[in-house]
Design a protein around this ligand. Sequence first.
Ligand code: PGA
Length: 253
Amino acid sequence: MRVPVIAGNWKMNKNIVESVSLVKELRDFVRGIEGVDIVVCPPFTSLWVVKEIINGTNIHLGAQNMFWETKGAFTGETSPPMLKDVGCEYVILGHSERRQYFKETSEEVARKTEVALSVNLMPIVCVGENLEEKESGKTESIIEQEIKALFPKIDSTLAARIIIAYEPIWAIGTGRSSSSQDANLIIKFIRELFSSKYGSKIAERIRILYGGSVDTKNIDEFMNESDIDGALVGGASLNTLSFSQIVKAAKIL
Ligand code: PGA
């Protein structure tokens, strides 16, 4: 059985004071909840204070990006060991905003994924099509390219630890989510891609999330689908009441 993941992507929001108050409230709202892995991904500047508050609780820490090198002359970048040092267990990689605004390629995302796995950070790798690609029937080929780019870099012994987030770009921050049935079909397709490369045993262990305008109203539908193992939540993760309701809807116990 795959334990669901609900990850909150705060994006470039919340200063230190705001992060502290958000995560303190969240900690109280989700206290004692089991059967779901709860992850918050604050901006880099808040990782440390957030970690101090969630230490010993059921909330885990994630970052929103990282570089693949360990250290050196890479101005402005953050290394995988630095994320471990501050207490991260997860890292979002290849979010569509990074692919779009910072021109991250699937090959770079694959390189980061390899390094994340090697230092025992759980990568949440984002894939998804834009509106034009959707409308021209290219969804599956885009997803296939993005997923297959990971394969040369992922050893079969570590593949089961990867988390994928299927996030149709047209659904992110628009209030217009995918239908749960459509999302489930794509997520099944992603699982099949992993199965053809690593075998069904490994593919059945990989957690694949949906992301894109997830809220308290649609989370039940997504969680009722056979292959959707949780959600990557943007906007609704900035509201503790909404986020904690999403967490509660996802728990399996
Ligand atoms: P959203 O963002 O929930 O605000 O649509 C999701 C994401 O970008 O991960």
